[in-house]
Design a protein around this ligand. Structure first.
Ligand code: RFL
Ligand code: PHB
Length: 389
């Protein structure tokens, strides 16, 4: 089997890349370890920056998002009982879209089906070969048979635990990592959201987030120690803890109900450089992880895909190597800015076991600046709505 671009991983990065390339007449094969149903059952991101919204339109996968997504013109940050609203529109002239990653993925799969793009699910033991040589190829096993795919390029879109990044030798790869001493316990429930905008809550008991998917689907998170297990948290215990961390007037309005999904995600910041090694290009979570506080992970994945697809188009259409040669540097410049934003919001909003009274004063003054200083709100709004591509 032969294709132009072999794509490892059929999450949002792999699907969007495949879609943008197929639309431009470039052949791809997506190799995904899980079934499509499994990929579509994962509950993850909820907030799309304008650049992601634009890219989904460009990919021909934005129609349902336009109908069913919700434009958000601001969000709240709460500090104990105080609610601080950052008006994105007023502070920087932009907005974000609330539309779940599950829906983005579903729309991309449907757009891929319409183009007849090639996907192989249930692949095991994926290995990347001759990545630095003239004839790269990928092998895998499926249903007890070995397969081989020859290609010009390989896109590593296989997430943090994938095989692509680890194919780059240790002496080439430089990794930067910060692991936070807590995780987020998330609950999805068929209840009306407590407010019509997101609330990021700083509270001495720990961080909480009130988010949503639509008028009858809420997504809430609370900070928990890394040692906690999902089974430790009954629905009742979750709702009681969430209420304790939200301002009292907000908590009084909270409608609770049975959870339809409950999971714990650890928080980390991670970057692996470079993003290119020979014919291999890393995109999305395969190359970097941000803590979810800034809502940046999916948005960084789509901006990587934008830069890579532009580079591949210039290569195939104009024989111009500059986009591919500059991919790593260009994508990393944007990635590091989003790293800073996600780290700073995470640091401002969470309870850290090692925090002193001094650190807590720093959090208080940062939140106070957001409440009182338009230039602080502008910086936050620009970071949240996203750096232009
Ligand atoms: P994914 O989604 O992990 O997809 C990678 C795919 O590769 C497959 N795979 C393999 N396939 C073949 N062979 C192998 N060896 C393979 N190994 C892995 C996997 O099965 C999978 O299908 O990475 P991708 O495509 O780069 O997308 C990244 C995003 O999923 C991620 O950044 C976001 O979900 C992060 N994130 C958020 N991002 C935002 O922009 N806004 C948000 O509001 C937001 N909230 C979140 C989040 C992530 C969260 N969790 C669970 C970590 C909230 C949470 C709780
Ligand atoms: C979500 O709705 O899942 C969500 C929203 C904003 C974040 C993280 C997660 O910062």
């Amino acid at each position: 089997m032969r294709t132009q671009v072999a794509i490892i991983g059929g999450g949002p990065s792999g699907l969007l890349l495949s879609q943008l390339l197929n639309k431009a007449g470039i052949g791809t094969v997506v190799l995904e370890r899980q079934s499509r149903e499994h990929v579509l059952s994962r509950i993850r991101a909820g907030v799309l920056e304008r650049s992601t919204v634009d890219l989904l339109h460009q990919a021909g996968a934005g129609e349902r998002m336009d109908r069913e997504g919700f434009a958000h013109h601001g969000c709240y940050l709460s500090s104990d009982q105080q609610m601080i609203r950052v008006d994105f529109q007023e502070a920087c002239g932009h907005k974000v879209m609330v539309y779940g990653q599950t829906e983005v993925t579903r729309d991309l799969y449907e757009a891929q089906d319409a183009l007849g793009a090639a996907h192989i699910h249930g692949v095991e033991n994926v290995v990347l070969h001759d990545v630095k040589g003239a004839a790269p190829y990928v092998t895998w096993d499926k249903d007890g048979t070995s397969h081989r795919l020859e290609c010009d390029f390989i896109a590593g879109c296989d997430g943090f635990h994938g095989v692509s990044r680890r194919t780059i030798p240790d002496d080439v790869r430089r990794e930067y990592e910060k692991v936070y001493p807590f995780g987020w316990l998330g609950v999805l429930s068929e209840t009306p959201p407590v407010r019509d905008e997101l609330i990021y809550a700083n509270h001495p008991r720990g961080f909480a987030l009130a988010s949503m998917r639509n008028e009858m689907l809420s997504r809430y998170y609370i900070q928990v120690p890394l040692t906690d297990k999902v089974e430790d948290w009954s629905d009742n215990a979750f709702w009681a803890e969430l209420k304790a961390r939200l301002p009292q007037d907000v908590a009084a309005d909270l409608v609770t109900g049975p959870s339809i999904e409950k999971s714990i995600a650890p928080l980390r910041s991670f970057v692996s450089e470079p993003l290119r090694w020979g014919a291999l290009f890393l995109c999305g979570d395969a190359a970097h992880i941000v803590p979810p506080t800034g809502a940046k992970g999916l948005n960084l994945a789509t901006s990587d895909v934008h830069y890579l697809s532009q580079g591949l188009l210039a290569h195939y259409n104009d024989n111009d190597p500059s986009g591919l040669d500059g991919y790593s540097q260009k994508a990393l410049a944007r990635i590091w800015k989003a790293m800073r934003f996600s780290w700073s919001v995470t640091t401002m909003m969470h309870s850290f076991p090692e925090h002193s009274d001094y650190d807590r004063q720093m959090q208080r003054v940062e939140l106070e600046m957001l409440a009182t200083d338009p230039s602080a709100r502008k910086l936050f709004a620009e970071g949240y709505t996203g750096t232009p591509l």
